[in-house]
Design a protein around this ligand. Structure first.
Ligand SMILES: NC(=O)c1ccc[n+]([C@@H]2O[C@H](COP(=O)([O-])OP(=O)(O)OC[C@H]3O[C@@H](n4cnc5c(N)ncnc54)[C@H](OP(=O)(O)O)[C@@H]3O)[C@@H](O)[C@H]2O)c1
Length: 210
């Protein structure tokens, strides 16, 4: 069987590096792109995208932090003969309305959905960490302003802190509180329970104090 090249954007990031590793494990040719990858690519310089897209069959796209650029990326991907786009988006994207959170993801979804290429949109969610981490976690309600100043106090920019606060406001509205069966139905196997995940992650030292 011919293995076709998969382009992974954001290939040094949280999701891209795992996807690139998993594809390689399956023997799929991977083109890993980011500013610090061997294949240098800066998404703010669209003229470089054509080189990155040459002979690519499938492209994994992490949305850049501002709305817009994915539209041109999609046009260039189509011209380069890319067959399928896989976009990372966020859970509940079509319910975000006018919230400041996720405009960049929604814009990227519009670009990908509006293209004539095959596409898959992954709407990933966030999840919480508690039992078995070996650390005592308690719930304390804080205001939005306290949350933002706590985040900026930890070094986040005001823009990023506002974005995170807007995300939690959407969560608090109940937008993504329902459950789905997609972790079982998409890959076709039962997912690990949350408890199994936490036990494995804790055993691997993920939450150890550094
Ligand atoms: N992680 C999640 O759980 C999750 C869930 C839903 C949606 N999202 C969305 O996915 C995006 C982030 O994805 P991620 O979490 O996988 O990545 P990430 O960990 O935030 O890393 C960003 C990646 O993009 C690359 N990058 C940054 N600036 C770039 C530029 N100017 N040109 C080219 N590459 C650049 C970085 O590598 P270099 O620094 O080497 O360029 C890195 O590989 C965000 O839009 C976020 O809202 C994430």
């Amino acid at each position: 069987m011919t293995r076709e090249t998969h382009l992974v954007l954001g290939a040094t990031g949280r999701t891209g590096r795992r996807i690139a590793a998993r594809l390689r494990l399956h023997g799929t040719p991977v083109r890993a792109a980011s500013r610090s990858s061997r294949l240098w690519s800066d998404r703010s310089e669209p003229d470089g995208w054509d080189t990155v897209l040459r002979d690519v069959d499938v492209a994994y796209v992490v949305p850049p932090p501002v709305p817009g650029p994915v539209h041109e990326f999609v046009v260039r991907a189509g011209a380069a003969g890319v067959r399928r786009l896989v976009l990372l988006s966020g859970r509940g994207a079509d319910g975000w309305g006018g919230s400041a959170f996720g405009r960049h993801m929604w814009s990227a979804e519009e670009a990908v959905r509006g293209s004539s290429l095959g596409w898959t949109v992954l709407r990933a969610s966030n999840f919480a960490i508690s039992r078995a981490s070996g650390r005592s976690l308690t719930y304390r309600r804080i205001t939005r302003d306290e949350h933002v100043s706590s985040l900026t106090g930890q070094g986040l920019s005001r823009h990023d802190a506002d974005g995170i606060a807007a995300m939690f406001a959407l969560m608090e509205s109940g937008l993504i509180s329902g459950t789905t069966d997609e972790l079982a139905s998409v890959p076709g196997r039962a997912p690990r329970t949350f408890e199994e995940y936490v036990v494995r992650a804790a055993a691997a030292g993920v939450w150890n104090e550094r």
